[in-house]
Design a protein around this ligand. Structure first.
Ligand code: ADP
Length: 392
């Protein structure tokens, strides 16, 4: 008599066995039954069925996990697996069809909609490596199976994380490449606009002057965004390097405040500078520290309404120096005080004033100096950004 193909039907619902068992037998299959994932794994190793029909949602270990384990094992890898689900009732993940194939299943069908015999038949015709039932094999305990599963999931997680890391590195390299490519044309536009504004090519009408000023401001914003994107890829790649030297913070803040006085004046924002008589020197990267304070000052001006006040203070403390930038803007809610230091986080994503890179980059730069930066606010009466840097 010809060998009857064996099918292992795995489901915790007795009804499924009652309905599909006889159908499969009538179609000429030898049917084996298992009620949970542990029994399914043991029956598979002991009997090496020709096909497995496996329910996704089961207690203890689910169908995806059983499928992963059997597909990871050299002896059972070639056995075709059909994952079945009742649909929405016990949804483990969205898109069960996608996940069934992702875990290695050979087919996926919904209970109720399935013609099990028609689904299983073509899988039997596939060429498979030799596999034999081993009577001598002992059944594995639940703990042994759980341990094997956990090791497998660790391996899978490691593979997934490595893949994500690789993708992330590619994305960073791409962003960096695009940002570099944008720098040169932007410099050309900036230069040409500078020539026009300085009347090198003749006097401009007031309308022309205004247009040139708009282009200059836009180019500056774009240049800042490009700088931030390049910094971000440097940070992500661990390539942000500080060039340390003695930096007199009072003098540094003098220059920054002078540079941004015009921007503040355009909004009638007063910048009050509480400069100590004796300057305070730290060891740090002048350009990077300048970048941090410019970022905080631009934000203070940007997020403070017309006619507001920005107060800057520089104070030495025991082993550190503290720079405080206080504004009279709308303030920041307690829940958002730390969030705004995270990448791309903005309190008003629609205001078109930035992309949310300035503060996270500033925090990384301050931390690379061994310092800290944070925000304080009662949520209504302005905010204070505080930078502390070590003095040694
Ligand atoms: P950007 O200003 O480009 O959006 P930042 O990382 O510099 O990015 O700031 C993140 C967010 O933090 C801003 O979008 C704003 O919502 C909030 N923020 C920053 N500084 C202030 C401030 N001085 N007052 C109120 N909100 C601020």
């Amino acid at each position: 008599m010809a060998h009857k193909p064996t099918i292992l039907l795995v489901d915790d619902s007795p009804l499924v066995h009652q309905v599909y068992g006889p159908q499969l037998e009538d179609a000429g299959f030898e049917v084996r039954h298992a009620e949970d994932g542990i029994a399914a794994i043991n029956t598979t190793f002991l009997e090496m069925p020709d096909v497995i029909v496996l329910d996704i949602y089961m207690p203890k270990i689910n169908g995806y996990q059983v499928c992963r384990l059997l597909k990871d094992h050299a002896e059972t890898r070639a056995i075709p697996i059909v994952l079945i689900t009742s649909g929405e009732a016990h949804r483990l993940v969205d898109h069960p069809k996608h996940w069934s194939f992702a875990t290695g299943a050979d087919a996926y069908v919904k209970k109720g909609e399935m013609d099990l015999v028609a689904t299983v038949q073509p899988l039997l015709g596939r060429p498979r490596g030799p596999h034999v039932a081993t009577a001598a094999r002992r059944a594995m305990s639940e703990i042994e199976i759980m341990t094997a599963l956990s090791a497998l999931l660790d391996k899978q997680l490691y593979r997934d994380v490595s893949h994500l890391q690789e993708l992330n590195e590619k994305k960073s390299a791409f962003v960096s490449l695009v940002a570099h490519e944008l720098k040169a044309p932007l410099a050309v536009i900036k230069g040409s606009m500078g020539n026009l504004a300085s009347k090198k090519f003749g006097t401009l009408s007031p309308t022309q002057r205004d247009s040139v000023a708009v282009v200059q401001r836009t180019v500056d914003r774009l240049a800042r965004l490009i700088r931030e994107l390049l910094d971000l890829s440097r940070i992500e790649a661990g390539r942000m390097v500080l060039h340390r030297e003695p930096v007199a913070l009072g003098a540094l803040l003098d220059d920054i405040i002078t540079t941004y006085q015009g921007e503040a004046a355009a909004k009638q924002v007063v910048v009050e500078w509480q400069r100590p008589t004796d300057d305070i020197t730290v060891t740090g990267d002048r350009d990077r520290l300048e970048q941090v304070f410019i970022n905080l000052l631009i934000n203070a001006i940007k997020y403070t309404p017309d006619g507001g006040l920005v107060t800057i203070a520089l104070q030495p403390q025991a082993s550190l120096v503290r720079v405080e930038m206080r504004d009279t803007g709308a303030g920041i809610g307690t829940a958002d005080l730390d969030r705004i230091f995270h990448l791309f986080e903005r309190l008003d994503p629609e205001d078109g004033q930035g992309v949310g890179l300035g503060l996270p980059i500033a925090r990384t730069l301050v931390e690379l100096h061994g310092g800290r930066v944070w925000a304080e606010s009662d949520g209504t009466h302005g905010s204070t950004f505080i930078v502390e840097l070590p003095l040694t």
